[in-house]
Design a protein around this ligand. Structure first.
Ligand code: PGA
Length: 233
């Protein structure tokens, strides 16, 4: 089981470090891996605050080139140098607002893995796609762009469930996870309005290997409750 907190564009360095100090003091369940994904400027402080623990720090994106004229981008070697453990790629907010495509997401994932980072690659359908019965096609296309790697994890995040308070039913999540796993044999996290109140039920699905948590990862107590709801694997 992996529980990952995606902080999006929240928490500057001081706030991130304070959260991480709280997290390192907290009792986390055995057999549950916990990671946090702060914004770039807060990575170093988070790595420092979690040094010597099993809690990994992830970036929220990573470029496919090691260096070059790519204003605003950050590369895998730069993240590795900071002590960052992995990176999220292909979050739906990146796809929706920043022009990420299946191809750029795949390139980002491949480069990060190549450089030794763990990767959480996000996939998921929009409401329009679900209502048109296209969920499986979308997943096939998005997952099909990625290649298997032992350090790759996929997060299934139905776009209509992100930050909306709407969650997939455990059955919907489990079905989508089965589809993903039939395409690529990797662990699959569920994401989209995971909260302390629904975590246990969502995480109980046989094809659910953890959660990618946005809003409910911003405060320590609800995030810890979600970690505790995860059954060790
Ligand atoms: P949410 O975000 O938990 O706030 O819905 C999940 C995500 O976007 O990773």
């Amino acid at each position: 089981m992996l529980i990952a907190g995606n902080w999006k564009m929240f928490k500057g360095a001081a706030e991130a470090a304070a959260f991480c100090r709280g997290l390192r003091e907290a009792a986390l369940p055995d057999g549950v891996d916990v990671v946090v994904a702060p914004p770039f400027p807060s990575l170093a402080a988070s790595v420092q605050a979690l040094a010597g623990t099993e809690i990994g720090v992830f970036a929220q994106n990573c470029h496919w080139e090691r260096e070059g004229a790519f204003t605003g981008e950050v590369s895998a070697p730069m993240l590795r140098e900071l002590g960052v453990y992995g990176t999220i790629v292909g979050h739906s907010e990146r796809r929706q607002w920043f022009g990420e495509t299946d191809e750029t997401v795949a390139r980002r994932a491949a480069a990060a893995l190549e450089d030794g980072l763990h990767v959480i690659a996000c996939v998921g359908e929009t409401l329009e796609e679900r209502e048109a019965g296209k969920t499986h096609d979308v997943l096939r296309r998005q997952v099909g762009a990625l290649e298997h790697d032992e350090n790759l994890v996929i997060a299934y995040e139905p776009v209509w469930a992100i930050g909306t308070g709407r969650t997939a039913t455990p059955q919907m999540a489990d079905e989508a996870h089965e589809t993903v796993k039939s395409l690529l044999d990797v662990p699959v996290l569920y994401g989209g309005s995971v909260k302390p109140g629904n975590a246990a039920e969502l995480l109980a699905g046989p094809a659910v290997d953890g959660a990618l948590v946005g809003g409910a990862s911003l405060d320590l107590e609800p995030f810890l409750e979600i970690c505790r709801a995860a059954t060790p694997s």
